[in-house]
Design a protein around this ligand. Structure first.
Ligand code: SF4
Length: 213
């Protein structure tokens, strides 16, 4: 996709939603970190349900570390991979207390040293909690970027690098959420809603759905 079309694409997404937000509920960078760790292979809705209860009881690294793995598990047992996630969250809380004064770091390298935090999670935290122009490519963004021709790539990292390169600076901080929401609600995996899609004329997907299909 050419630069003027990319600009038009994001202008339209911005017109439809001037202030896109994550659908995870959180009240601090730390709460967002816990929610994002829990969200791997889980829906935002299911994560919000468990964090709603957990954060009533413990909402700081020290308080969750105090719960311990055994104390944390009952809160998160409805989420997939909860055993591993419990271990990672407790280890992360201890590290934050021991090495970062209980604060979530705003640097990629340090974030990626936390248990359960990979590049994608670090990108979400840097972008959503700290307003940095990073791009966390999840399954929705990967699909939208490839279908539209915005940033075609065979791997998540290739798509991430391409998106960061081609998206105009003024759109970059919010682009992550616009693309996720577009993929989640319009450019859906099984049946994209092409007839009502605001960027259909810019999109290069060859198998667009039609009203009567
Ligand atoms: S036209 Fe269809 S395939 Fe292209 S972005 Fe819109 S919903 Fe997705």
């Amino acid at each position: 996709m050419k630069a003027p079309q990319i600009r038009t694409l994001f202008t339209r997404l911005r017109e439809a939603n001037a202030e896109p937000r994550t659908e995870l509920s959180y009240g601090s960078p730390f709460e967002l970190l816990v929610a994002v760790i829990l969200s791997a292979q889980a829906t935002d809705k299911s994560v919000n349900k468990v964090t709603g209860e957990l954060f009533k009881v413990a909402r700081t690294p020290a308080a969750i570390a105090e719960l311990g793995i055994a104390g944390l598990k009952p809160f998160i047992k409805s989420i997939g991979l909860f055993n591993t996630k419990a271990k990672n969250i407790i280890a992360t809380c201890r590290l934050l207390c021991d090495q970062h004064h209980g604060m979530v770091p705003d640097e990629r390298e340090t974030l990626e040293q936390l248990p359960g935090v990979g590049r994608k999670t670090a990108n979400v935290i840097l972008n959503t909690a700290f307003g940095q122009p990073t791009m966390a490519v999840d399954t929705h963004i990967f699909r939208v970027a490839n279908r539209t021709g915005l940033a075609a790539g065979a791997t998540v990292r290739a798509v991430e690098d391409r998106l960061v390169k081609v998206i105009p600076t003024e759109f970059l901080v919010d682009a992550h959420h616009w693309l996720i929401l577009h993929g989640r609600y319009v450019c859906k995996a099984r049946r994209p809603e092409c007839p009502t899609c605001a960027i259909a004329d810019l999109c290069r997907f060859r198998s667009k759905t039609r009203v009567d299909s």
